[in-house]
Design a protein around this ligand. Sequence first.
Ligand SMILES: Nc1nc2c(ncn2[C@@H]2O[C@H](COP(=O)(O)OP(=O)(O)OP(=O)(O)O)[C@@H](O)[C@H]2O)c(=O)[nH]1
Ligand SMILES: [Mg+2]
Length: 191
Amino acid sequence: MPPALEQTLVVMPAFNEAASVGGVVEEVFAKLPHASVLVVDDGSTDGTRAAALAAGAMVATLPFNLGVGGAMRVGFRYALENGFQAVVQIDADGQHDPGGALAVLEGLEHADLVLGARFAGEGQYKMRGPRRWASVLLAAVLSRTSRTSLTDTTSGFRASGPRAIRLFARHYPAEYLGEPSSPSPLLRALA
Ligand SMILES: Nc1nc2c(ncn2[C@@H]2O[C@H](COP(=O)(O)OP(=O)(O)OP(=O)(O)O)[C@@H](O)[C@H]2O)c(=O)[nH]1
Ligand SMILES: [Mg+2]
């Protein structure tokens, strides 16, 4: 059995997404009734917080910008402390179809972490230039390391089960899509 939606927390990292976050939250509630939604508003300077609250989400507002990694760790800690069995990350810019969240959640029956790939034959998403090369390289290296065929290792659309939640609440690459003092060339290409 995949985790019940009552025990599922949707975590939405958001940085200046006032224009889209409300619509995405509403769509999540429509597609995943009974799930909880936590928007992590990461020092936005627009109306992200108000738009997310108006749509019915919980909002964690960070006093300054931590980046997506730091924001996700806030979400995982909240999930752990409140007994959620699954965390689904959905971006606030409307790039992920919340309807697809059911499919990634179902994958948790057989895995600790499920990635919703953007290059697996559905949708129109395209990457170009260094970002694409870095993504292909990462996919090749991580496919070997994990002995699984992975096409899109940096997709934000992912579901984590209880073991992954415990791990990520403690350790999560906070620099990812953040502003580290000296970003690696690979991370810079992907950001
Ligand atoms: N919490 C937090 N969220 C962020 C930050 N930067 C981006 N985000 C959010 O993370 C999600 C993904 O960011 P995007 O900029 O869309 O990254 P992407 O999808 O890889 O890039 P695009 O292909 O340009 O859409 C969105 O919901 C953003 O609002 C940040 O510094 N902090
Ligand atoms: Mg995006």
